[in-house]
Write a protein that binds this ligand. Structure first.
Ligand code: UD1
Length: 357
């Protein structure tokens, strides 16, 4: 079994780290990693490969900083060439980015099986590029590795019982990564010391296009965080996209901005968080893995089970709503022992399905 794994954006490195380790343990599976280059700053990319010991990419396409069409189109062209030369049995893609749809489409057109890790998620907001990417990727995938029951049900509602593909409930590989890498954090992470973090914080990330590309929303988020920072120290490792836009709009954050951090530092920050405020999909789950309530600064989430069970509140991008949700979640103490994501067995499950293909 020769696998071509396509990754390109930060959260995909985390997911691939977990699955690559499981694949490596199975004899007869050869995995080649293609990095599309979508994320290219060393603190958005290299650091993950190094500290998570992900096998070095066999190919780096260095495609980035382009509009959606140009980025996806160039990736499609280059991945197609690689599939033709490497002749994999399966192309593995992750999540919902432009790298995901490009990898899946290139493979499908060449009649190579597609495996989609994190299949079946929906925000039901077609204005998000991620929603378009994930719906199209699911539809052309042969193996849909679903992290949750919600994901399975979403696919059922879309008629996947009658589509020629295999839908698997596997659990979430991000929980596998969280459990495995947490054991090294104390030794490897210096972020708390470097930033003089000695008490609880509110951990914040902002990078979604729906927030960064709408000045009204971004302004409202910054205002809410300025207010919250007066009560609880807000620490925000900032995506380069958001930093550029904040500078352009001359928004003045009064909370602590730091450069994007690697995975060990992120876990250290999560362990110190009393509450997480984010528009990231992955961080909503990581908050849960590390026992922090979460406020989601979006209008919907793919991880509805977190909301239904009181771990997460959807606040949109309205200052008052964000502050109200923060005030409510700071005192929340839901039962974090609930098993929503498979408790660290997802990679093993996916690897053994791949091995049996
Ligand atoms: C992408 C994904 C999103 C995912 C996110 C994780 C798409 C459509 N979106 O969004 O689903 O949640 O990654 O972070 O694929 N940039 C840098 N340095 C980098 C990376 C990006 O400066 O290392 C800049 C780019 O030049 C660009 C902007 O950030 O101007 C946006 O990058 P892009 O890859 O288009 O999307 P993300 O916002 O990262």
């Amino acid at each position: 079994m020769k696998l071509l794994t396509v990754v390109g954006a930060r959260p995909q490195f985390v997911k691939a780290a977990a699955l690559s380790r499981a694949l490596d343990r199975i004899e007869g599976i050869e995995e080649l990693i293609v990095h599309t280059g979508q994320h290219f700053d060393s603190n958005m990319s290299e650091v993950f490969f190094e500290e998570m010991q992900i096998p070095k990419p066999a190919f780096n396409l260095a495609i980035n900083s382009l509009g959606h069409g140009a980025m996806t189109g160039r990736m499609l062209e280059e991945i197609e060439k690689l599939i033709l030369s490497e002749k994999p049995n399966m192309v593995l893609v992750y999540g919902d980015t432009n790298s995901t749809i490009a990898g899946a489409l290139a493979a499908k057109k060449l009649h190579v099986a597609v495996g989609h890790v994190e299949a079946g998620l929906r925000s039901f907001n077609m204005a998000m590029p991620e929603e378009v990417n994930r719906i199209l990727t699911d539809r052309i995938s042969d193996h849909l590795f679903c992290p949750t029951d919600t994901a399975i049900n979403n696919l059922k509602k879309e008629g996947y019982d009658n589509i020629d593909c295999h839908v698997h409930r596997t659990g979430d590989v991000m929980q596998d990564a969280a459990i495995y890498y947490a054991q090294f954090v104390e030794e490897k992470s210096h972020v708390l010391k470097d930033n003089n973090i000695t008490e609880d914080i509110a951990l914040v990330t902002i990078h979604r296009a729906e927030n960064t590309d709408d000045p009204k929303r971004l302004n409202a988020i910054v205002n809410a965080l300025n207010h919250i920072h007066k009560k609880l120290r807000v620490v925000c490792p900032l995506h380069p996209r958001t930093r550029k836009i904040m500078d352009k709009l001359k928004l003045i954050p009064e909370f602590d901005l730091i450069d994007p951090v690697g995975y060990f530092d992120m876990i250290a920050l999560l362990q110190r968080s009393k509450v997480v405020l984010t528009d990231s999909g992955g961080l909503q789950k990581e908050a849960f893995f590390f026992n922090s309530p979460c406020v989601t600064m979006r209008d919907q989430t793919e991880w509805v089970e977190l909301v239904e069970n009181g771990f997460n509140m959807i606040a949109g991008a309205d200052s008052d709503q964000i502050i109200a949700a923060f005030n409510q979640m700071i005192d929340a103490s839901p039962d974090f022992s609930l098993d929503l994501y498979g408790k660290g067995k997802a990679s093993e499950n996916i690897a053994s399905i791949i091995a049996s293909c």
